[in-house]
Design a protein around this ligand. Structure first.
Ligand code: HH2
Length: 269
């Protein structure tokens, strides 16, 4: 799926983990994961993002073999049954490579090619679109007192450098993501969302706000289950600010929501 179509894309989250903050444990079994993909397709998903390592604050890294065992069979089974683009949410080049060999299409690397020096070569070999996300620190430590002088300028400079690095290494299919919740306090997340259009100067923007804790901090949903309205409000803002890909748990809700926004934005009768 490149170049990106000129409409907002919905990336459906499929965490095949025991511990993700919202869907942890739900899709760890292969049949449950496949049912979830089928439901997402019925709801209008554009690309399924398969992840085998939780990156919620405080999460411990998962050993390579464990992540492989979680991700690779699921990618293979999705590819065998469904005609849907697949993204692999990993920072490990070996996981990305195996997933791409079995039919995955995109790499979603929350470390922006920093954690594994082999990742860039894998992306180049498969000519895969790559999501470069900003994170301060690692998931285990990132929420320990994150500080910025000017969060928007700092994240912009980081992503600009990462895009330049990726281009230098021969990658041409790049998206950027300011990394909501990854080493950010509430005010940092709000500033990044407020100015999210700025990142569009660098590359098409992907955003992941789905049910995240900044929504709780705004008093709009104590538990992840209660945060759909807040998620959709953030999605509406991002749509109006030119975000191209929405990484979400609730595919159907976003599809309906974006249909109406698109129609109004386009002035359709
Ligand atoms: N957020 C999460 C994971 N991967 N990738 C990108 N590009 N952008 C994001 O904002 C993003 C991401 C965290 O959310 P989730 O997958 O729902 O939870 P967990 O990390 O606990 O598995």
């Amino acid at each position: 799926m490149w170049p990106l179509p000129d409409r907002p894309l919905i990336m459906g989250i499929l965490n095949v983990t025991p511990d993700s903050f919202y869907d942890g444990g739900r899709y760890a079994r292969l049949d449950a994961a496949l049912h979830r993909v089928e439901a997402m397709l019925e709801e209008g998903v554009d690309i399924v993002d398969v992840g085998g390592e939780s990156t919620r604050p405080g999460a411990e890294p998962v050993p390579l073999e464990v992540e492989m065992e979680r991700v690779v069979p699921v990618v293979e089974a999705i590819r065998a049954r469904f005609d849907v683009p697949i993204s692999v949410d990993t920072t490990k080049a070996a996981v990305a490579e195996e997933a791409l060999k079995r039919g995955a299409n995109w790499i979603n690397d929350v470390s922006a090619l920093r954690f594994d020096p082999e990742m860039v070569a894998v992306a180049r070999r498969f000519n895969a679109p790559v999501v470069l996300m900003h994170m301060k620190g690692t998931p285990r430590t990132m929420q320990e007192n994150p500080t910025y002088t000017d969060v928007v300028a700092e994240v912009h400079a980081f992503l600009r450098e990462r895009v330049a690095f990726a281009r230098r290494k021969g990658l041409a299919r790049i998206l950027v993501d300011p990394g909501i919740g990854f080493g950010k306090r509430l005010e940092h997340n709000l500033a990044l969302l407020h100015h999210v259009d700025r990142f569009g100067e660098l590359a098409p923007v992907l955003i992941g706000v789905s049910r995240k804790s900044f929504i709780r901090m705004l008093g709009a949903g104590e538990n992840p289950e209660d945060r759909l309205e807040g998620t959709l409000a953030a999605a509406a803002w991002c749509f109006l600010k030119g975000v191209r890909v929405f990484r979400v748990h609730d595919v159907g809700a976003h599809r309906k929501f974006l249909k109406v926004l698109q129609a109004i934005a386009g002035g359709a009768a």
